[in-house]
Ligand binder design. Structure first.
Ligand code: ACM
Ligand code: ZN
Length: 751
């Protein structure tokens, strides 16, 4: 980034905290000038030298959003664009006072200036106006991406264009088009017409969540694909929006749709259909020479259609058992002296890397391409956390950061029951806003390998485009801030700007954005006798009507008007008793009540020692989660479960005084599609002397909420759960340590 001039720094400092910049992502420098420039119903423009597509975009967007006429002027006009070609190449600035003067260095920065201008327009008393200010701006990261999976659900050309159009309004510049996967092949390949004729369609689609058995199917045939002409049209459209399209052709895994069309390119050569359900499939491309040739033929057509420097070849989630049992794969390994299947995958990817290099392209793939050795020129897209990105950058390979815990927009955006069905996980806007593409552990000298970041929109549970918009906005705006700016306002400031300026903007654009930020957030804290309940809205003005009633009771019980600083207290009931309280939260801004049920049991709010630490991703409210009275929900959202990824989970519950034990119910989650398995066994110990533990029960786990009878007395108990050591072959996540998800630990003492 160019050094700021002293003048700009003074401007910057003089404005910190005093003004609110309406533009998101926030420009590098914003200086408020009081008031608005009133344009009325028309504006004169001197756009000499402004790239045609940027000019067209400005006119198209403004006339779609406002009632305004444009006149072109060759002299000084109300709106003037000046190309200056100096300094950092993507910098622009604008001064909006009595008239508007915009300067820019490159066609890219001209586009950014136009987007900023569009955001500064508004309407006041029937007049079109623009906020007066001075802005100087440039992007922090070169890769500001959004991904869209068009395989699990197909979106039309018009919808894909809308996706690109909207992302360009928040200065994203990379559209990662996930064109092939198990459930559908979406790009016409002339040499292999069956890819789309057969692989472009499936006969059924799973209804409901993958983890909910028995499965039900919608048996309507569904699918679609893009012709090469349509692909060119999308690429050209994206270019006009300053967006580069990066195609993804998945290999060697996630290839069932292609193999349904051409089974000869698998290891078994068995004819299998295009699956109508999700997950990771064992049938993948064989590594034999015929398949490599087929894929290179496909890539040869792909590189002609996409001018992007990078071509994404997937590389994720490719189970290796077919390769391990395939004579042809074994031959490839032997011939090339490859020690295992990971080395074979690395060899396979290297052959694609060589091919793409010959075509003047660069290969990018998911972080699994690091396993078995990273190919020479490859860039890595780090999704399974940050480690893959760190390792690749330390090896001096380019990296795009897209870790699940900040960048997976298929996750839930609130913990509320009103959210539409999603894959799982929990990623509210506030969490997205915390993302930084540069991992903390990465040494400074390797920061330059981080190209930027990207959010991914996997669409197993997103069957229409309105729903895509719901999942992407406003989270994409939060992400754009992290990718555009090296410094950013506080989340509270960001929210204020979003609500004041960008909700109206999204409304004007008719975007079906999520309003989940307005849903109440319940906070539970431990108190001596149980838990304290608070409900927070988006700001201190928000109050809710909170009704509590005994579950099964006839009438609504206590009604409470609750704001930020009001609390309810739920107390541990007397030994041997349990109480179920239903809490309903309503407010005029909610179109539906939010309901939660509390189970007040003898363990409520007790102190818990987590000997085994939960994974940081699934440790939302610490140990209290296990005894807060709220049972973990399904589909799991990650905010009400503790998730462990270890071979043993050890937990101590302090009962505060000696109690006569009666029973315990430990809630576990069985969600194999998310690699979350029930543990095999549970052991309960009673403390005899300080830190001397006696095993009082050991039992196999058969179900999610298994009640275990206990006897004897104790003032501390220890729970140890032992998962299956490794997920067995043929199951989801085979070969990995399964996740153990726990909530709630319900204790019942003898009266
Ligand atoms: C991925 O989410 N499998 C890249
Ligand atoms: Zn094979």
């Amino acid at each position: 980034m160019k050094l700021l001039s002293l003048y700009t720094i003074i401007l910057l400092l003089s404005n910190i905290g005093f003004t609110q910049c309406p533009v998101l992502p926030t420009p590098l420098v914003y200086q408020d000038i009081s008031g608005e420039l009133i344009l009325g119903k028309s504006i004169s423009i001197n756009s000499k030298g402004l790239p045609i597509s940027a000019r067209q975009f400005l006119l198209d967007k403004l006339s779609a959003l406002y009632t305004i006429q444009f006149t072109e002027s060759s002299d000084f006009a109300q709106l003037n664009f000046v190309s200056i070609n100096q300094g950092a190449s993507h910098e622009y600035s604008m001064n909006i006072d009595k008239e508007i003067v915009v300067t820019y260095n490159s066609s890219e920065s001209a586009f950014y200036a136009v987007v900023t201008l569009i955001q500064l327009f508004s309407e006041n008393n029937g007049d079109v106006v623009i906020k007066k200010c001075f802005i100087q701006d440039e992007p922090a990261f070169a890769w500001r991406g959004l991904h869209l999976d068009v395989s699990r659900h197909f979106y039309t050309v018009a919808e894909v264009k809308r996706f690109i159009d909207l992302m360009s309004l928040y200065k994203f510049n990379k559209f990662h088009w996930h064109l092939t996967d198990d459930q559908g092949w979406r790009i016409e390949i002339k040499k292999y017409p069956l890819l789309t004729e057969v692989g472009g369609y499936r006969d059924s689609t799973l209804i409901g969540h993958y983890n909910d058995k028995p499965w039900k199917f919608d048996v309507n045939r569904t699918g679609g694909f893009y012709t090469q002409e349509e692909i060119k049209e999308v690429v050209a459209f994206a270019k006009s929006r300053n967006v580069e399209v990066i195609p993804e052709i998945e290999m060697p895994g996630h290839s069932r749709a292609a193999l349904a069309a051409y089974p000869e390119f698998s290891c078994t050569e068995n004819q299998l259909g295009v699956p109508g359900y999700w997950g990771v499939f064992e049938d993948i491309y064989c590594s034999k020479a015929e398949t490599v040739e087929f894929l290179q033929d496909v890539l040869a057509e792909v590189v002609e259609l996409f001018p992007s420097q990078y071509i994404h070849i997937g590389g994720d989630e490719a189970p290796k058992n077919k390769w391990e049992n395939c004579i042809k794969c074994q031959k490839v390994m032997k011939k090339n002296n490859l020690k295992d299947a990971h080395a074979l995958q690395s060899y396979f990817i290297q052959s694609m890397d060589d091919f793409l290099s010959q075509k003047g392209k660069k290969l990018i793939g998911w972080d699994e391409i690091l396993e078995g050795g990273l190919s020479t020129n490859a860039a890595v897209m780090s999704w399974r956390g940050e480690q893959g990105g760190i390792d690749a950058a330390n090896m001096h390979h380019n990296v795009v950061m897209s870790p699940t815990n900040y960048c997976y927009f298929d996750y839930y955006q609130s913990g509320n029951s009103t959210e539409p069905l999603a894959i799982g996980g929990f990623l509210p806007l506030s969490k997205v806003y915390e993302f930084s593409p540069i991992p903390n552990e990465l040494p400074l000298e390797n920061h330059k390998y981080i190209l930027g970041g990207q959010a991914n929109v996997w669409t197993e549970y997103i069957s229409n485009f309105k729903h895509v918009e719901y999942m992407v906005y406003p989270r994409a705006i939060g992400l754009s801030q992290n990718l555009w700016s090296e410094t950013k306002p506080s989340y509270d400031e960001f929210l204020k700007v979003f609500r004041r300026y960008h909700e109206p903007f999204l409304e004007r654009l008719n975007v079906n954005y999520s309003k989940s930020i307005y849903l109440p957030t319940i906070t539970l804290t431990r108190i001596l006798d149980g838990v304290k309940f608070n409900v927070k809205g988006i700001d201190e003005q928000q109050v809710y009507d909170v009704f509590t009633k005994e579950k099964g009771g006839l009438s609504m019980g206590g009604g409470h008007v609750m704001g930020w600083n009001d609390s309810l207290y739920f107390e541990r009931p007397p030994d041997g008793k349990q109480q179920h309280i239903q809490v309903n939260i309503s407010a005029p801004t909610l179109n539906q009540d939010v309901a939660t049920t509390f189970c007040l049991h003898n363990g409520l709010g007790l102190h818990i020692e987590l000997i085994t630490p939960p994974h940081p991703k699934y440790n939302h409210n610490g140990s209290l989660t296990l005894v807060d009275g709220v049972k973990g929900k399904r589909p799991w959202k990650g905010d009400d479960w503790l998730g462990f990824n270890q071979n043993k989970v050890e937990i101590i519950v302090d009962l505060r005084e000696e109690k006569s034990l009666k029973d315990i119910t430990v809630g576990f989650l069985d969600a194999k599609g998310s690699w979350i398995y029930l543990p095999e066994t549970i052991e309960i110990y009673a403390e005899k002397k300080p830190n001397e533990w006696e095993l009082i029960r050991k039992t196999e786990i058969q179900e999610e909420n298994q009640k275990i009878e206990l006897s004897g007395k104790a003032s501390r108990i220890k729970i140890i759960t032992l998962p299956i050591v490794k997920i067995p072959s043929g199951e989801e996540g085979a070969g990995n340590i399964p996740w153990t998800f726990i909530d709630e630990i319900i204790l019942n003492f003898a009266e």
